[in-house]
Every structure is written in C-alpha cells, then in structure tokens.
Design a protein around this ligand. Sequence first.
Ligand code: ADP
Length: 400
Amino acid sequence: MKVLVINSGSSSLKYQLYDMTTEAVLAKGLVERIGMDSSILTHKPTGKESVTEVSEILEHNMAIRKVLDKLTDKVCGVLESIEEIDAIGHRVVHGGETFKQSALVDGDAKHEIRKLIDLAPLHNPAAMMGINASEANMPGVPQVVVFDTAFHQTMPEKSYLYPIPRVLYNKYKVRRYGAHGTSHAYVSEKAAEYLGKPIESLKIITCHIGNGASLTAVDGGISVDTSMGMTPLEGLMMGTRSGDLDPAIVPFVMNKEDLTVNEVNSMLNKHSGLLAISGTSSDMRDITDGMQAGEPNATLAFEMYEYRLRKYVGAYAAAMNGVDVIVFTAGIGENSIIVREKVCENLTYLGVELDKSLNAIRSDDPRRISTENSKVEVLVIPTNEELMIARDTFRIVSEQ
Ligand code: ADP
C-alpha cells in the first residue's frame, strides 16, 4: 500500500509518500508561501535529483495538484499514475476530547474537526484545507486524520483540569490537551524497542524540544501528563513562546501597555522565549554560539531555557514516582550536545550519569548517551511523526 502523508499549514504543505510494504519513503517535499506572490515547491524523490520550482500557487487545491504532478513526473516522479496512491494521512493539530485516536475521514469527522476550530483557530482550518484539496484531487481515496492531541487523551482529570471555575470546562472545554502527541508516542515506543523492554514496564520522560517544545510523562506507554496546555503556550520556555508565567501578568501588561487580546497573544507566542531574552534570535544554534562568544543575554537565555526544562524533568519524575528513561528528540533534543549535557549534569540526584563522549556523537540513529552505571537510561531518538501518521493510516484503511 502506498500512503501519502500531508501536513497542511495555513501557507505551507509538507508531504511524504511511503511504500508501506517496506516503510520506505519514495519522495518527500514542501510547498511554501501558498497564496503569496512566489510560491516555492521543493520535491525530493528518493534516489533522484531534487527539484525546486517557483510559481504562483494560490491555494491548497492547486498545491496538491502540483505535488501530484511532481510525484508522477517522467523525470522526478516516483509513480506511474496517481491511482497508485492507496490512502492519504493528514496531520491535524487539535482533536479536542472527540478524537482519542486517529480516524477515517467522513462527513462526521470533518464536522467534528470544524467544531474544534475554536480551540485551534490557526491550525485546524489549514488541516481542513488539506483534506478538502486531497478529496478534490483524489476522489474516492480513503483519508485518515491523525491528531497531535490524541496521545494525551489518556491524561487523568487531575492532570488535564485547570484549577479554575468548572463552568469554563463545562461550557467551553477549557482544559489541558497537550501537543506533539504523535512524536511523544513514537519516541516512547522506539525507546522501549531500543532497550528491548516492554513499554508497560517503563516510566519514560520524553523531551520533544524544537522551536515548539513539550515534555511528556509516559507511564507504562500512556501519557499521564504533558507540559503544553489548552494551547501550545504553556510549559517550557521555547524559541518565541514564553511557556509558564503568572497569568496575572496578562491583564497587568494589557492594562499598562494598552494592548488588545491579539497583541498580547502575539507577544507571548511570537516575541517571547529565547528571542525575548537573547534579544537576537529564537534559534538555539545562535544562542549557544552567542554564549560561547561570552554574550551575556545569550548566556542568560540558555540558562533560563535549561533551568526551566530541568525543572519539568524533575516534576515528571515526581508525577510518576520515578523515571527509567529520558528521551531527547526534535531539532534541539537531537542536535544540541550542550543542552543535553547541561540538563543531565543537574539530574545526578535522579541517578542520571551522562557519558560525555557518547553525547558528543552525531548520528541519525537512536542511541544511548548515559553510562552503563546510570540508573536512568538517557536516549536520543530522532522523531518521525510522518511515519507514525503513515502507519496509522495504513492500519485504519487496512481494517476497512
Ligand atoms: P520545529 O518545532 O519548527 O519542527 P525543529 O524540531 O526543527 O523545530 O527544531 C528547531 C530548533 O532546533 C532550532 O532552535 C534549532 O536551532 C535547533 N537545532 C537544529 N539543529 C541544531 C544543532 N545542530 N545544534 C543545536 N540546535 C539545533
């Protein structure tokens, strides 16, 4: 079965085509700047030369059409015809309480995703555009939706409720949902597989730290707590997001600076985090370069980032009454030797012992970076959300 995985943003569309007999990626690519003057399509067929094309791509329907043209192109294509695509898997950010797992797309599913737009006003409409555009270009091909929130639907009430008037949950479903669920699920499963132990026997803390960042406490294979909340703003300090802060700051600042709701939202989501403290960049590479050059604001940004991350690791060890495995993943988790080193250096009380030479190795494979004697296994596991989406799509479509 060939599965096309689509991750549709408001002005971008990422894709990967899998052959599920071997789970090989046949091609992948990205359409950027959809609806802007010069859209860019980058197509990377496995084993062939990549192509980049600049044209005017007005909306998602057209983007999918262009992608299908590339996939079936005589030179850079990997398919004879689009009929070879057996199923399509879509990443959807918010599944609310409705979607506890991935689902086949039908009228009901689309209706429910639309109902959740209130909770993910930027993301769910983009996913709907991807679903409708796929339907228009590949009518009759089964589609599956895979949600970032679904893995966290196992959180108990004590984790997901906020201590605020219950009426807000009853009326508007104000609660914690988390995000990056597909990644946390993938790396926790992969960690158990790597260690050769049943996931049911493990307490795992997964650190998905990229531009957006979240930690999850995975107890026996189940998410029991995660650091993002009703929206991705809660939790860790991130590239441009503040993470946790005193909520009273919001009305205080709005009042003092005469800010609108949109302005304060933008301040906390786009102008905070590493960017605000360093004053220069939201990118961890720039922050660590700045720190190494002795730049005080970059140093402070790094220290705050590491400190807040470490505090969450401690919190989740407390939440599970222990931790067997800590997993680092995503852009920073997979690549930043110094972030991993500094976090682990301060977790010796948990029995973490980092092997600095293993930590310094760069690789795309899952690997251990703790010593033989470490009481906690520390692993680096490259995430693969697309593969998870392809697997769920394959499973659900095969069951029909
Ligand atoms: P997104 O959340 O956008 O998917 P990524 O998972 O790609 O983000 O992570 C982006 C982050 O990873 C950036 O802060 C970037 O600096 C960091 N990163 C990527 N490569 C490295 C590296 N070699 N060393 C340190 N940080 C890195």
